[in-house]
Design a binder for this molecule. Sequence first.
Ligand SMILES: Cc1cc2nc3c(=O)[nH]c(=O)nc-3n(C[C@H](O)[C@H](O)[C@H](O)COP(=O)(O)OP(=O)(O)OC[C@H]3O[C@@H](n4cnc5c(N)ncnc54)[C@H](O)[C@@H]3O)c2cc1C
Length: 359
Amino acid sequence: MTPPRHVVVCGAGVVGASVAYFLARRGVAVTVVERAGVACAASGKSGGFLALDWCDDSALGPLARASFALHAELAKQLGVDYGYRRVDTLMLAAREQGTVRGGHRVPAPPWLDGAGVVTAALGSTETTAQIHPQRFTEALIAAAQARGATLRIGVVDDLMRRDGAARGVSVDGETLEADAIVLALGPWTSRVAGRRLPRVRGLKGYSVTLAAPSVPAQALFVDYRTAEGCLLEPEIFPRPDGDVYVCGMADPQPLPEGPEGVEVDAAACDVLARAAGRVSTALATAPITRRQACYRPVTDDGLPLIGRIPGVAGAYVATGHGPWGMLNAPATGLALAELIVDGAASTVDLRAFDPARRR
Ligand SMILES: Cc1cc2nc3c(=O)[nH]c(=O)nc-3n(C[C@H](O)[C@H](O)[C@H](O)COP(=O)(O)OP(=O)(O)OC[C@H]3O[C@@H](n4cnc5c(N)ncnc54)[C@H](O)[C@@H]3O)c2cc1C
């Protein structure tokens, strides 16, 4: 098999950025085509929380473990501070009104001085970590560019074929030639791939950032009940840059045409900020610095699509990472680069993620 000389990677979210980086590291000429901007969608607005072993009970386990290790290596190799650090992770219970019965079940750090009860330790600095998602994605693209990759802003409309093989993509109506192509369009992947692949949908979620500079490196998963009795599971991630990120509201709103059309519901964001304020007085008084929304790419069976697009030689896909795209991007990118260049992935076994699996 002759390795491709030029690969077009469609989408500059964390998955496309990782594929582009590892291809460029193998000496392949890469063009990344992105509709709006690097990390403009979920990859710029996610939590950036990473866990070594939280996927161990599913087929994602080996991908997650390989990725967790790669994150630690990349933090040294990329030479950019994108907020990678190990964190302790706690579970809490809290209510918008009233208190939770009983006291803390494990020792509570002093900043958790609100109405919440710490119920468990979920992870330690051995097993959990975080990154700033946008800065990590930008660092991967910059590192790929330093190895000769180019970034082109444009809308991929279609996959171009000749004799059953990919010969490039159509970008804003013009053909961009390539020896191989990768679709990493997140929740928009089905719009270009059509029925060649199992369906990829977008699941909308909201998040806010709060300015609270002196909060320690402790990630929180909260079992929370609103005054109306709704159960929410907000996730709270203090970042080294002084922001505290809070996410957790799902919304069934359909996926818009592109990331620029994503609407933010301020009331949903305020629910998240209030939830954070219930567990810590430092968060109750912290101003909201950003209200945002994005769509995570999800498949019907909950597993990503990583591998060859059936029926089109030289066409590949990497998407559908659901709630774990920031974690699993590195091993996805490395394994797909191996598949494209060597003809087989050696980092992780990709069979469970085969896009040709039964739908
Ligand atoms: C609220 C929230 C919190 C999350 N927290 C975490 C977390 O803590 N840890 C974790 O591991 N994961 C987390 N995730 C999941 C993670 O964010 C996603 O799985 C990941 O960002 C998906 O990356 P992607 O590259 O596949 O897609 P995206 O980030 O959506 O990127 C796709 C890119 O393709 C571009 N594009 C689309 N259509 C076209 C086109 N036609 N032509 C050209 N470009 C196009 C888009 O503009 C976009 O930039 C979270 C998700 C959400 C919603």
